[in-house]
Ligand binder design. Sequence first.
Ligand code: ME8
Length: 526
Amino acid sequence: MKEKFYITTPIYYPSNKMTLGNAYTTICCDALARFNRKLGKDVFYLTGTDEHGQKITQSAQKVGKSEKEYLDEIVADTKQLWKLLDISYDKFIRTTDDYHEKTVQKIFTELYNKGYIYKGSYNGWYCTPCESFWTESQLVDGKCPDCGREVKFQEEEAYFFKLSEFGDKLLKLYEENPEFLLPKNRVNEMVNNFIKPGLTDLCVSRTSVKWGVPVEFDSKHTIYVWIDALSNYITALGYGSSDDSLFKKFWPADVHVIGKEIVRFHSIIWPAMLMALDLPLPKQIFGHGWLLFGEGKLSKSKESGAKECIDPRVLAPRYSTDAVRYFLYREIPFGSDGGYSTEAFLTRINADLANNFGNLVSRTFSMNKKYFNSQIPQYLEPTNQDDIDFRNNVVSNVNDVKKYMQVYDITKAVTSVLNIFTEANTYIQKVQPWVIAKEGGQDRLKVVIRSLLEAIRIGSELFYAFAPNSSSKVLEALGLNPTAEFENLDNFKGLKDNAQISELEILFPRLDVEKELKELSEIANN
Ligand code: ME8
């Protein structure tokens, strides 16, 4: 039986102003999902939208629509964006889906029946945009510590989840599984700032919020959005429904990938909920950093006043989806914050995609055309040390890519893929195939060109997870199926002797950076 791999993004707050920052988690998960499929695993990649809460009602009212009408349009747009960005999700869950709402009710009732939820009364400072309650001491200058906006004092009858009972269990979890939350530096913050000082019970119902899932046994209460939202990871698999085969197959999740600002919900509340439900915990949680613009996070809930174009709907059609994806993987060390700049984006396209990858493919294909009529030279064992060293370097980079992907180090993994192309370009300069061709070393020429084509094959196989479009074109030109599982990554025998290679268009045209900067800035300022 195939090994399974269940990966999730957070479910997104519906927005028609998605920036590159918002798309970051989904783009990163996509590389992991694709890579694990190529490793031969049975992958389930989940994403979706988080559609309940007061904020939705307010936004819908502003444009004179019902919540459902407003949401349907945004969800359709979001799905289109994921299509544009080549996101290969297996399921898209909406928290307004019927099956989800029913199971959330069941989960709440079960927690109540087990004594983990009780009725009390709540007062505190509520931030509507963040849908979070804060205590007086948590406020920063009297405002929401997360988004800096006004908070309102509210008091109401409410249900509470006994989060306070889970402190010791959570501490034990972190002691026994130091890799449960990655990167490891996020663990200290959770343990020292939240768990050790003592967890307080969590308010999990509201009577003032109407747009949400009603408590099954007390319908004037609406279930707290985070209880509703976190449950998506299991309701999407059919947990608690008449068909829970996906749940049985895929749960526990292999990894929940999330942004750092929602680590607290995923590494404290979610495990506590699962413990209370007697369900296995996810194997890992990965809290990535933020894509930054200037001082603040790029996000739709906080207008950054950006003067650079950060709209993936503009950037992807203009420079290719692969370029947008590649830039995010390569530039922002996965797990840390990273700054965005248009200039860095354009420079990377030129340096890494046009001059390195694209140029390698185009010069190798044209040499192969010139010397071997575009047929793949027959495999011969290398005897020249330069050829042997080159092959070893390629294989060592392959091992690095696999090693880094295993620990979700997307940035180092993609850098190692590009190293393969760099090695190949350096090899061309070093051995100078045109000199070998002139001096009549026909067998050596076969070894060199074959080695280059194989390096392109191996590199493109690995690059497929990150830049699926251009890699597919290369693999198809070489007569291979881009979605096939990895094969022959550690040898130079993956191509067919004498097979014909098809012509390829330029993969990444070189950009005039100055001109692009000017045009993008005009777009951004309009
Ligand atoms: O948090 N850089 O949804 P969301 C990197 N509905 N990542 C960013 C980013 C940036 N500038 N801006 C946003 C929610 N993100 C909840 C989740 S899960 C049960 C409920 C990321 O739409 C953010 O970190 O605000 C998160 O991982 C994702 O976009 C969705 O954020």
